[in-house]
Design a binder for this molecule. Structure first.
Ligand code: PLP
Length: 384
């Protein structure tokens, strides 16, 4: 079987995890901070806060930016449901901005048009979540510029995009956003099993996210009430938080994995280049990588155009019959049954919908061999 993505675990990774299992702290020990420092170091963000998933990080990021009932959160329909669900957790309203037909990212021009209209109806978003689809950075300069005019916060969903670059600066440095969220699920660029992180340059946001990760509890004397003065052993819950902590076991795997991140990105880039040249003179359309944008190539999406011999669905089946587990990223979030109940309908975001009807995501991961990749290309050549 050739999956569309999978983790790469070395003996060193295993050794680092075992070390923690034999140590004093399985959780709330020193390794989580170590992993956070490694992420900050890599992205150049001032602060990184580790979570037990990107979903938790997105939720806490929304709370930290005061998203609540009556507010609006906008994101891309071409994403995993978690990018939108985080707003629903906070009681906010969700809306989407359709995608760019070439990068498949939230389209900054359509965002501007929608903002203009919403400014009149008074339904401007409080938070916008651009998603760096497949690892290709969104148009962050334009989105940031619009945030200055229309007064919204930005959370980058960089679940696909640790290691990606936008005009020579790493995604996650939060140059154009309040917070950037990463996922360390096994299909993503580096893994901790389950896990995520939020990066920010804002010290207050970082402290708030740390607190919300642990029940809203603080031991900071300045934030405590008077009674705590004599109770030096005590803590105070000052807001409603969660248990969204990453364990030291997971963080140890992350510390070990992040050392190889550039190696992983390079390997993914090489694989993408092989696909690029194999598909160059075919009627298959690939994601456009813009100049000065470096993708982390979490996914390799192709579009099966109508002129192709086989439709998306038949090709999907042929791949699977050949043990090649291509996937469809993503069914548009607004077409999920839960979101239909919220009032979204077919035709609301036509570009994302037509993309969904054509896309297949091909296998791409560091340990994909040249032979395996050739098999994928052969099946494509034979049937398109
Ligand atoms: C994987 C993913 C998430 C959720 O990540 P978890 O770590 O599994 O919670 C969120 N957004 C996008 C775009 C993703 O691909």
């Amino acid at each position: 079987m050739i999956p569309y993505g999978r983790q790469h675990i070395t003996e060193d990774d295993i050794e680092e995890v075992v070390k923690i299992l034999k140590s004093e702290y399985l959780t709330q020990g020193p390794v989580v901070q170590k992993f956070e420092d490694a992420i900050s170091n890599y992205t150049s963000a001032k602060h990184s806060v580790a979570f037990n998933s990107a979903t938790s990080a997105l939720h806490v990021a929304c709370i930290a930016l005061d998203l609540g009932p009556g507010d609006w959160l906008w994101t891309s329909p071409n994403t995993f449901v978690a990018s939108a669900n985080c707003g629903l957790y906070c009681g906010a309203n969700i809306d989407f901005v359709d995608i760019d037909p070439n990068t498949y990212n939230l389209c900054a021009t359509k965002l501007e048009e929608k903002l203009k209209i919403s400014a009149i109806s008074g339904k401007l978003p409080k938070v916008v979540i651009p998603v760096h689809y497949a690892g290709h950075p969104c148009d962050m300069r334009t989105i940031y510029h619009l945030s200055q005019i229309y007064g919204f916060h930005i959370i980058e969903d960089a679940s696909h995009a640790i290691g990606a670059e936008f005009f020579n600066s790493k995604i996650g440095n939060c140059l154009y956003s309040d917070i950037t969220v990463f996922s360390f699920h096994p299909v993503k660029i580096i893994t901790t099993g389950e896990g995520g992180a939020a990066s920010t340059n804002d010290t207050n946001l970082a402290e708030k996210m740390r607190r919300l990760r642990t029940h809203g509890i603080t031991t900071d004397k300045n934030l405590m009430d008077i009674m705590a003065e004599e109770e030096i052993w005590n803590y105070r819950q000052i807001e409603l938080g969660y248990n969204y902590r990453m364990t030291d076991i997971h963080a140890a795997l992350g510390c070990s994995q992040i050392k190889r991140i550039d190696e992983y990105i390079n390997k993914r880039t090489e694989i993408a280049q092989v696909y690029d040249s194999a598909l160059k003179d075919t009627n298959i359309v690939v994601q456009k990588i813009l100049p000065s944008h470096k993708s982390s190539f979490h996914l390799y999406p192709i579009r099966i155009k109508k002129e192709s011999m086989l439709a998306q669905r038949s090709l999907y089946e042929i791949f699977h019959q050949n043990g090649i587990l291509v996937n469809v990223h993503y069914p548009p979030v607004h077409r999920q049954p839960y979101y239909k109940k919220l009032g979204f309908k077919a035709g609301d975001f036509p570009e994302a919908e037509s993309f969904h009807r054509e896309v297949l995501t091909l296998p791409i991961y560091p340990m994909l061999t040249a032979q395996q990749q050739q098999k994928v290309i052969d099946v494509l050549n034979e049937h398109t």
